[in-house]
Ligand binder design. Structure first.
Ligand code: NAD
Ligand code: FES
Length: 271
């Protein structure tokens, strides 16, 4: 069992939680994730390790589905049944001097450990951080500690520029130059960021979060097409070169699962 040591509600949809997991923590590197089960009958959910020390891991999750809401109902002192990790490939730090990072919504959580690793290597970082509105911008102060510039934007204009991250990045790219880019957020955002960056000859690393079950490359659920070949996000990723990702295939699959989830919810209501 894995004890919850701290928990904070960042906004009405997103929580931050610190969990005691020494064996996972001491092997964690930026880009790694865990799969947890809240109880022994529960579904498995993958979550990026946002921070860790010698004995604890910190996660940030959006309470949208049944399991993340259940996780959100747990309190400090409660224990989580299983944690498997660290999983995935740690990021490979590129030899860049200046990068453009773009984070959308809760995608700010998985981008944070990556940017921290680049910052520790002395890399200069400009970040465009976007969300629906002011309350959904997360980790803003932590990003200010490690980035040279943080450009905030919201869909409703409640703070920062009004508009999508792509609009702010597009403006920046007219007068700034970067060695490479990292983008994490909704799939559709990453797709358009990659398209934008391509026009400026900028390569983009993206992080993919397809449905995962075992997290060890056995079930095939997390398959993604990269450069026309099949990879498993759980063992080969979750980070991939954005130019090679088949976003349309992933978006079609995401819509299929959302429809399925919608049908299941309706069926449960009807029972
Ligand atoms: P959201 O829908 O509020 O979007 C966040 C920001 O992304 C927006 O404010 C906007 O700036 C940008 N964006 C959205 N649609 C865009 C478009 N069509 N073009 C350009 N920019 C666009 O984000 P949210 O609700 O916080 O995110 C939830 C989604 O993020 C879920 O689908 C989740 O699966 C995904 N997610 C992905 C990762 C990952 O590792 N890739 C991690 C966590 C969450
Ligand atoms: Fe099963 Fe990746 S989660 S193969």
């Amino acid at each position: 069992m894995y004890k919850i040591l701290a928990k904070k509600e960042i906004n009405n949809l997103v929580d931050q939680m610190t969990i005691e997991a020494p064996l996972v923590a001491k092997n964690c590197k930026p880009g790694h994730f865990i799969i947890l089960r809240v109880d022994e009958d529960g579904e498995r959910i993958p979550l990026t390790v946002v921070n860790h020390d010698e004995t604890t891991v910190e996660i940030i999750y959006q309470k949208l589905g049944y399991t993340t809401r259940l996780l959100g109902s747990m309190e400090v002192g409660d224990a989580i049944s299983d944690i498997v990790g660290p999983l995935g490939e740690a990021i490979k730090i590129r030899g860049s001097k200046r990068i453009l990072a773009i984070a959308g919504g809760v995608g700010a959580a998985p981008i944070y450990p990556q940017l921290k690793a680049y910052h520790n290597e002395g890399v200069s970082i400009d970040l465009v951080l976007g969300a629906k509105s002011k309350e959904y911008l997360i980790l803003t102060d932590k990003f200010r500690d490690i980035c040279d510039n943080v450009y905030l934007c919201t869909d409703d204009g409640s703070v920062g520029e009004k508009g999508f991250v792509t609009e702010i990045a597009s403006e920046l790219l007219t007068h700034e130059t970067y060695d490479h880019s990292i983008a994490i957020g909704p799939l559709i955002m990453m797709k358009y960021v990659v398209q934008l960056n391509k026009k400026h000859n900028l390569k983009t690393d993206v992080s993919l979060n397809p449905i995962m079950i075992d997290g060890t490359g056995m079930c095939g659920n997390c398959r993604v097409s990269i450069g026309g070949k099949t990879f498993f996000a759980c063992v080969d990723g979750p980070d991939f070169p954005g130019e090679e990702v088949d976003f349309d295939e992933l978006l079609a699959r995401q819509n299929y699962y959302h429809d399925e989830e919608h049908i299941c919810n309706l069926e449960m209501k009807l029972k």
